[in-house]
Design a protein around this ligand. Structure first.
Ligand code: 3PG
Length: 210
C-alpha cells in the first residue's frame, strides 16, 4: 500500500508502545473500534515484531513499525509484516531497506538538509518530530514554501487541541501521536477509553476536512 493511501485513510496515526503481542492486539482492536485503521508499533520494546505479526490479522488495521533506528530493525519490521516504517530521524540505510522491499519509509526530517536527503531518495512525505518543540505549524509552513510538493507527518506533542491547526494545512498528510494510546491506558487495559479517544480524533479530523 502506498503511504498517501494510508495517510488519506488515517489522518491520525497512533504511535503505540506495547509490552507483548496480546497487548498489541487489544490496542489494535480498540483503535479500529474507534475508527482509526492504523497503528505504528514502536521498536522501543522487544515485543514490537511479535506484536506486528499478531496485529496484522486484525481486520481493517494497517500495521506499521515505528522508532526504527537502523537497517536491521527495518528488516525485522518488514519480515514481521509492517506495511510502513517510521523513524525518528533520517537514515539512508533504513530508507534503502524499505525501498528494496517496496514498503513505504517515513523518516523524521527536521531541517533542510535532511529533507533534501529524503527528496534525493525519492520520498515525498516526511515525519516532522518533535513537532511541538520544533515550531509546529509555523515551521512546517516555512519548509513548505521552499519544498513544494513535500508533505509532512508532524508528531510529538500533538493533541486533540492542536490537531485542527495541523490538519487544516494541506501540506500535512497526517498527524502522529500517542495521546489515544497512552501507556497508562494500555496498562490499565482501558480499551474503552482508547476507543473513545480514537473516535474523538476521527471526529476532529472530519471536522477539519479529513
Ligand atoms: C513518536 O514516537 O513519534 C512520539 O513519541 C509521539 O509523540 P507524542 O507521544 O508526543 O504523541
Amino acid at each position: 500500500m502506498r503511504l498517501d493511501q494510508i495517510t488519506r485513510a488515517n489522518p491520525v496515526m497512533p504511535v503505540v508502545v506495547v509490552n507483548d503481542a496480546q497487548e498489541g492486539v487489544d490496542v489494535g482492536r480498540a483503535l479500529v473500534a474507534g475508527g482509526i485503521n492504523t497503528a505504528e508499533v514502536t521498536f522501543r520494546t522487544p515485543a514490537a515484531p511479535s506484536a506486528i505479526e499478531a496485529m496484522k490479522n486484525i481486520d481493517g488495521l494497517v500495521v506499521g513499525a515505528g522508532t526504527v533506528l537502523n537497517a536491521h530493525q527495518a528488516e525485522r519490521a518488514i519480515e514481521s509484516g509492517a506495511q510502513y516504517v517510521v523513524s525518528p530521524g533520517f537514515s539512508a540505510d533504513v530508507v534503502r531497506v524499505c525501498q528494496d522491499a517496496g514498503v513505504p519509509a517515513l523518516p523524521g526530517c527536521t531541517d533542510g538538509s535532511l529533507i533534501m536527503a529524503a527528496l534525493e531518495m525519492g520520498l515525498d512525505v516526511v515525519k516532522f518530530f518533535p513537532a511541538n518543540i520544533l515550531g509546529g505549524v509555523s515551521a512546517i509552513k516555512a519548509y513548505s514554501a521552499v519544498f513544494p510538493g513535500l508533505r509532512f507527518v508532524p508528531t510529538g506533542g500533538v493533541s486533540p487541541s492542536s490537531l485542527p491547526e495541523y490538519l487544516q494545512m494541506p501540506q500535512i498528510a497526517a498527524c502522529g501521536g500517542s495521546w489515544m494510546v497512552r501507556r497508562e491506558l494500555v496498562e490499565a487495559r482501558d480499551w474503552a477509553t482508547i476507543t473513545s479517544l480514537s473516535a474523538e480524533a476521527v471526529r476532529i479530523a472530519k471536522e477539519n476536512g479529513r
